[in-house]
Ligand binder design. Structure first.
Ligand SMILES: *Cc1c(COP(=O)(O)O)cnc(C)c1O
Ligand SMILES: [Zn+2]
Length: 407
């Protein structure tokens, strides 16, 4: 771990680590549930210290970590494989394409990275309970990491969350509170709870270490590519914290002088859940009032990290685009059948974005090394693909029946 302080991403005011817990003490006063977060804090490290200690031949990733290793939960998180997918790369007219398979985290999604660090922080602070609102994956990640560390978890989720995710939460011993309403309702309720009753709130971007936790995926991509910065990274976007975290990884590396350019970030949203996309396009923010999509993990009316996500896209000279539910489910099948990687609809959204981008006028140049994040495991929501495929009927156990069924 390297010394760090927090800096407000809106007003620039700085705070020591224990002076503040969630938002900037000034800007945060302007925040109320129902608008994107203001006063989101960024961890600013002693980059000279990182530069002098980091060695590529023997990398110590804890140098980039905001919580001391002694507080880390025992369950390992991250270190997921980066698969090179040449066949898909050439189909899409790309020099190189890799898929970061973050569905292989313990609870099956990239959210484990954020929960790992916030649970570590709860242990450092001596907080016995962590509270979160989630569309599903942040909650199952938090309950998983709390189970590992022996902390209590209190979860607010929309009642329509996929059942596999609800099973994960309940089985890990958490208190699960399904909410009659949207993710945004659950978000507001969880904030009211921690303000009145206590517990450490893990809400995405509200707790600054969620962004720090998610940044580890960017650090891993850099190292797994042999310490090369990819040309583009495609990320599916709901609240915009994964996008912000990936960006922060490369910002940290650049500030430490370890790299000299940022990868272009390409944020992909579902058509109806497109608040960040429109914000990037128009420069003015407006909610996505009916964010219905098959990609439940990225369905959000008011993305909490809208401002940070927009900044990440602009600073990295990236872009955003949207895809339809049909394109998402089709991409899920393409990824599974071409690469063997089964990702949930929200993960396939980034793949759908890449497919769409490559058939448009803003396609990535042929010499691009691109990376797609597969953010969650396909088994988390099997109902979604079942709407497009059929499972063959059973046959009599006779060879002739096999031949007949194959016709
Ligand atoms: C949460 C999530 C996302 C989107 O992350 P945000 O930080 O909300 O933008 C994408 N895919 C999966 C599987 C997720 O769980
Ligand atoms: Zn501020």
């Amino acid at each position: 771990m390297t010394p760090f302080h927090y800096r407000c991403t809106d007003c620039g005011k700085t705070y020591s680590r224990d002076q503040v817990r969630y938002l900037c003490l000034d800007c945060g006063k302007k925040y109320r549930p129902g608008i994107p977060l203001v006063g989101v804090l960024e961890a600013v490290f002693d980059y000279a210290a990182i530069a002098s200690s980091f060695r590529k031949d023997h990398p110590d990733w804890n140098l980039f970590c905001a919580v001391e290793p002694e507080f880390h939960p025992p369950l390992p998180v991250g270190g997921t494989p980066l698969a090179t997918v040449d066949r898909l790369a050439s189909e899409l007219g790309l020099f190189a394409l890799s898929v970061k398979n973050d569905g292989l985290n313990p609870s099956g999604s990239l959210k484990d990275r954020a929960s790992f660090l916030v649970v570590a922080e709860a242990r450092r602070l001596g907080e016995p309970m962590v509270v979160a609102a989630s569309t599903g994956n942040a909650a199952s990640a938090l309950t998983t990491l709390c189970a590992s560390a022996g902390l209590k978890a209190l979860i607010f989720v929309p009642e329509k969350a996929p059942r596999a995710k609800l099973v994960q939460m309940v089985l890990s011993g958490a208190r699960v509170v399904p909410v009659k309403g949207t993710y945004d309702d659950a978000f507001r309720l969880s904030l009211e709870y921690t303000t009145e009753r206590g517990g450490l709130n893990r809400n995405t971007a509200y707790h600054p270490l969620t962004i720090e936790g998610k940044k580890t995926v960017g650090l891993e991509i850099w190292s797994q590519l042999g310490y090369e910065v990819p040309g583009a990274i495609l990320v599916s976007v709901g609240d915009g914290v994964i996008l912000g975290g990936v960006h922060k990884a490369f910002v940290d590396l650049k500030r430490a002088g370890l790299i000299d350019r940022l990868p272009r970030l390409i944020g992909v949203q579902a058509e109806n859940s497109d608040a960040i996309h429109r914000y990037v396009q128009n420069g003015t923010y407006a909610d996505a009032p009916n964010p219905d999509t098959v990609a439940d993990s990225i369905s959000v009316v008011c993305p909490s990290n809208a401002h940070g996500a927009r900044r990440a896209i602009l600073e990295s000279e990236g872009l955003t685009l949207t895809v339809s539910d049909d394109e998402i489910l089709e991409a899920q099948g393409i990824l599974a059948s071409r690469t063997g990687i089964f990702t949930e609809p929200a993960g396939a959204t980034a793949v759908a974005g890449l497919i769409k981008l490559q058939s448009s006028s803003s396609r990535l140049p042929e010499n691009t090394r691109a990376v797609v994040l597969a953010t969650g495991h396909g088994l988390k929501d099997i109902d979604a693909p079942l709407s497009r495929i059929s499972i063959p009927p059973a046959i009599e156990p006779r060879l002739e029946a096999v031949m007949e069924a194959g016709r």
